[in-house]
Design a protein around this ligand. Structure first.
Ligand SMILES: [Zn+2]
Length: 456
């Protein structure tokens, strides 16, 4: 019989289909699964209770799900501070082209560690820079996620459209089409685990319309469907991208994606800022998902995604930190607030409420990653990925509503975060890694990269 963890006397936001909440309730975890969730104390007479937690002053929610990131950027933060996307990319590509396995491992540890401390239980990464001879970069990320105990989707990215083919990245930063496809297939064969409760998914993820050939997009979609993995890319991020697509392909990004097999319920795209009504309708009709990245969109002045319109149309939407060269904080719990604030700036006071923001960061993320049967809400039978937020401290104690305290208040401390029923954070500290050691490692690798790239 499985060991049990009992959490009680806390507010509970289940984020189930009815948004069920309990002002004072309980969650019982048995092994790696949620056994029961409900009002009041846990049922009496439970056996094998190895830990009983008094959650007074806390809110328990599903673990947060991050749906877009570029871990390697953790060691190129604070650069190109005042640029739009294309200028920012052109400035950073030459530095990124010098990364290696050691640097990516350090950056992944920093990115994952920071997110985990802030309640992320499922992370994803979109890695698309693979310099020749740089080592096993995807493997380095996978190792870092396994060490920290975070559930992970590693999206094997790629770029094959260099400047000489009309693309944005310099030729030295891209792979061949065949090389990218082969490496993506190898990553799937080596790492993808489709089982219930899997700690590791692989996705196929050519980078963007302006850095990837039409052939690579088409072939990656065929490959992903043959292998049963999901597809991820950047889409409709900026007006410059839209212009690029019209000039090169004679159509906007969404029509271009549709023409290459890239709309479907196995696809999710980051940003989707510049979407017209027919683009949103196409995403809704096909079940194509969106990773909304409000801080990055603001940092690069990309614009405001039409999240309320997407939700009204039935488009699956999750939240993303995006790479930390365009969102230096690298935290997802603060993206709940930023999503709400930015969408209200764009669409008025009813555009998004606190519960919708929490849903984007939990169930919405699980939906775009194709994992709602396993994670995203607190329901019996789902995996025990949950977060116990401390809301009785100076920052939150006087806020009337616990969900508003989490979403609108300061970044809330995490008393306990479980993945598969295993603690990954206790009292705001990582349980399985030394945060100070990660900080030192990321600083030294950032300095090493700056030296190699001629920045320092
Ligand atoms: Zn991105």
């Amino acid at each position: 019989m499985s060991n049990r963890i009992v959490i009680e006397n806390c507010a509970v936001a289940t984020v189930d289909a009815d948004d069920t909440e309990y002002a004072s309730g309980h969650v019982v975890v048995a092994g790696k699964l949620i056994e029961s969730v409900g009002a009041g104390p846990a049922p009496a007479g439970l056996e094998n209770v190895t830990r009983r937690i008094d959650g007074t002053g806390h809110l328990v929610t599903p673990g947060l799900v991050n749906t877009h990131h570029h871990f390697y950027q953790w060691i190129t933060r604070g650069l190109a501070q005042d640029s739009n996307l294309f200028n920012w990319l052109v400035e950073l590509y030459p530095t990124w082209a010098r990364i290696d396995e050691e640097m990516v491992y350090a950056a992944a540890s920093g990115s994952l560690g920071m997110m985990a401390r802030g309640g992320v239980t499922t992370a994803m990464d979109h890695h698309y820079v693979f310099p020749k001879g740089a080592g096993d970069l995807l493997g380095a990320e996978i190792r870092a996620a396994a060490e920290l105990g975070v559930r992970f989707t590693a999206a094997r990215g790629s770029m094959d459209r260099g400047k000489s083919d009309g693309g944005l990245p310099p030729d030295f930063a891209v792979e061949t089409t065949e090389g990218a496809l082969l490496a993506t297939e190898q990553a799937i064969d080596t790492h993808h685990d489709a089982s219930f409760g899997s700690m590791l998914h692989i996705a196929a993820a050519p980078c963007s319309p302006f850095s990837v050939s039409t052939d690579l997009l088409r072939e990656a979609a065929v490959l992903a469907r043959r292998k049963g993995v999901r597809l991820h890319t950047h889409g409709s991020e900026t007006v410059e991208e839209e212009k690029f697509c019209h000039e090169l392909f004679g159509m906007g990004p969404t029509d271009y994606f549709e023409s290459t097999g890239w709309l479907g319920d196995d696809v999710w795209m980051a940003h989707c800022v510049h979407m017209n009504d027919s683009d949103i309708a196409a995403f809704a009709r096909t079940g194509t998902g969106v990773a909304h990245c409000p801080s990055s969109n603001a940092r690069l002045a990309a614009g405001i995604a039409r999240v309320p319109d997407m939700l009204a149309a039935g488009v699956p939407v999750g939240l993303g930190v995006d790479g930390t060269a365009s969102n230096e904080s690298g935290e997802l719990h603060t993206e709940l607030r930023n999503a709400l604030l930015i969408n209200r700036l764009g669409g008025g006071e009813k555009a998004l409420n606190a519960r919708q923001a929490l849903r984007l960061g939990t169930y919405g993320g699980a939906r775009v990653l194709g994992r709602t049967a396993e994670i995203g809400s607190l329901e019996a039978g789902k995996l025990a990925d949950l977060v116990l937020w401390k809301l009785d401290g100076i920052g939150h104690a006087s806020i009337a509503d616990p969900v508003a305290a989490l979403v609108l208040g300061a970044a809330a401390p995490v008393t306990l975060s479980l993945v598969n029923g295993v603690p990954v954070v206790e009292n705001s500290r990582l349980t399985r890694a030394d945060e100070d050691a990660i900080a030192r490692l990321t600083k030294s690798q950032a300095q090493r990269l700056a030296r190699i790239a001629g920045l320092a």
